[in-house]
Ligand binder design. Structure first.
Ligand code: 5GP
Length: 181
């Protein structure tokens, strides 16, 4: 375990097994269609990569980058930093997110993408902090429900660190201390 962590919340084998299950479920649901996966940068990268490799249907990938976080604190205001390259009108769109916390980011993204008239629009998130929800978000494919703890690893960062860890861990309070956490 990395020395800045207080615990490993989800070990690598459990992560990989659940990602394979999600990929199988999505492949079944979209069988015979092409699904457009929209990854939310940057936290989605490892999850999206593993999900894609486990899917056995036609896929199309694009990315968006949104911002509401600075360090471990949400600013509450969501902004689009990078928009899609593709037109998604008439497409089956599946948002691939690392974690849904308050739900503000996904709420913003769902509203934004719905105006572009996709054929269908669903959400897949690896982690779901259901206890933190401020706005209701319809998550069709949740990976793991987790408690209200600041987590890193498997794509998730703290000030751009720890994305490379192959598991999900909880940071020690001392590693968050500069923000008074
Ligand atoms: P929401 O808008 O749902 O409050 O937050 C969504 C975004 O906040 C996620 O995409 C992620 O970037 C960030 N976030 C929320 N909780 C955590 C956490 O525990 N760890 C990390 N690294 N990022 C988080």
């Amino acid at each position: 375990m990395h020395r800045d962590l207080q615990e490993v919340l989800i070990p690598e084998d459990k992560l990989q097994a659940r990602v394979a299950e999600l990929a199988a479920e999505i492949s079944r649901d979209y069988k015979g269609r092409c699904v457009t996966l929209i990854g939310v940068l940057k936290g989605c990268v490892l999850f999206l990569s593993d999900l894609l490799q486990n899917m056995n249907i036609e896929t199309n990938v694009d990315f968006m980058m949104l911002s509401s976080y600075s360090g471990a604190q949400s600013t509450g205001v969501v902004r689009t930093i990078l928009d899609l390259k593709q037109n998604i009108e008439g497409k089956d769109v599946l948002i691939v997110e690392d974690i849904v916390d308050s739900g503000l980011t996904m709420g913003y993204m769902m509203k934004n993408l719905a105006t572009r008239q996709p054929r269908s629009l669903e959400i897949c998130t690896l982690l779901d902090k259901t206890v933190c929800r401020k706005t209701s978000v319809p998550i069709k494919y949740p990976g793991f429900v987790i408690p209200d703890k600041f987590v890193v690893g498997y794509g998730l960062d703290y000030n751009e660190l720890y994305r490379n860890l192959p598991y999900i861990g909880v940071l020690k309070r001392s590693a968050l201390k500069e923000e008074g956490k």
